[in-house]
Design a protein around this ligand. Sequence first.
Ligand code: CO
Length: 208
Amino acid sequence: MDIKKIFENNRKWVDDKLGANPDYFKKLSEGQNPDILYIGCSDSRVTAEELMGLSPGEVFVHRNIANMVSNLDLSVMSVINYAVGNLKVDHIVVCGHYYCGGVKAAMQSEDLGILNPWLRNIRDVYRLHKTELNDITDEEQKYKRLVELNVQEQCVNVIKTAVVQKAYRDRNITVHGWVFDIHSGKLIDLNIDLDKILKDIMEIYHLD
Ligand code: CO
């Protein structure tokens, strides 16, 4: 990749935006008011704005390996706190994707160094859903199901935060679990029943 090409691309992009709207960057510089927080995988094939058809200013984005929401990760916790507490987003999306390398690695018995503690969170998801997953004989189906269950558990982790619990109580905030299907390009809504999950876990995780 010729890095210079990126600056050329950028100049073209600026020209295109200004061609369509001379005030485009003036408007952007006035501030952001996104309605959505998107938490997705760092995978280069799974873009955030592009696959949702959204533009700069419309979505607050956090990406890491395997779209994890770990309570010890200061980065994702800061993002959630800022997006919900300050930007007042109405939607939080956790978006996984089939054929996720992070999820695949967590299904294997291999020492992956610094990735071990990160991927162990996915092994914990496997353990929580071991009965269901072990009943799936087809390895590819099991892999896809673990991607979905990982999204579900990361949504649960979002709800464990005090700022989201407060937003649930005070205003209309919705947590969504989605999967991007790399084979078709389609976004799939897992329709996770978070109200039900919330009722089940709040006895333990209630903070506010
Ligand atoms: Co991935």
